[in-house]
Design a binder for this molecule. Sequence first.
Ligand code: NAD
Length: 377
Amino acid sequence: NIVFVAKEITDDETRVAASVETVKKIKSFGFDVVVEAGAGTLSRIPDSEFEAVGAAIGAFTDAASADVILKVRRPSESEISGYKTGAVVIAIMDPYGNDEAVAAMARAGLSTFAMELMPRITRAQSMDVLSSQANLAGYQAVIEAAAIYDRAMPMMMTAAGTIPAAKVFVMGAGVAGLQAIATARRLGAAVSATDVRPAAKEQVASLGAKFIAAEDDEFKAAETAGGYAKEMSADYQAKQAALVAEHIAKQDIVITTALIPGRPAPRLVSRAMLASMKPGAIAVDLAVERGGNIEGVVTGQVADVEGVKVVGFANMAGRVAASASALYAKNLVTFLETMVNKETKSVVLNLEDELIRATMLTYAGDVVHPAFGGAKK
Ligand code: NAD
């Protein structure tokens, strides 16, 4: 079998779907690996390093003979047209609201897998791209904020006077939010955080941050069986907004990370709230790709909204590309390994496997994922 590691064509994509370590691993399955020239450049992996562990360096046209294509982003129509029928394509597919793009992959006869649909069960923890990337995004959000904050983050008591610790408020305490809390704490900030899931309260406290939330009956029932947040009622959102409005006025830096699976991001910070913040305040919106938690956020930019610098960088994990690629590649190869028959040295799809069922979007010409209009075969 031939595994092709694609060079990403999306403008802001700095990551790559393989590392030196994972190429070695794929070779150990008995597969040949072709890496598209320059695929690792932005993640600081030169072609020569891939070559040194036995990969061939190729061109996009080599994708045509590949049995497995590893990518970061869903392939475009033009990329798809270069793949052979029956090829397995594994990537972050972003299928929600992109029915036509999913259908196009089905028409091309590709077996496609969306890494972000990986179930959050123990067996699949090492394949969880949402966690591996969100963790780095949470870290990087704090670094970006610190870089444009015109003050120091930690309290400094010097002979020339005292600098107060920055007040950082993290909204949404999932994987990204918890890492943002930890990172801001390491920089010496005074950190508070909010979430709608009651389980987050203890996690926030264990990181040494203060938990802020309207803890009513709806809050107590706000976590789904899968551990995700529910979309909250208008009544709860109003309560939460009142509490946040009061708290945010005293903050120097706000970092928002709130998401609800399959839904637009909840709007948590209004223009009026931004206007109430101190001069020089910073806000970072990690939910910008899903519509944003902050009113006025502009994708890909640092926008001045009501005197606050609002950071709207998409693909925050991609700004720590070398680290993000290393973890993403590891997630991918671990999943690929579950499909490998080591005797025949080939990929065999077990359609009954829980991980395959959860992530497979298209197969044998059809959209098969029930959440995207498919009926399971
Ligand atoms: P996410 O990216 O879907 O959302 C980020 C956070 O935003 C969540 O904590 C969510 O509760 C919060 N949020 C949603 N609406 C909000 C609102 N209106 N106000 C404030 N906060 C709001 O979540 P995630 O980071 O993927 O994590 C979700 C859960 O899954 C967490 O409990 C996490 O620990 C858990 N998890 C489990 C595993 C596993 O078991 N393998 C792996 C990763 C994460």
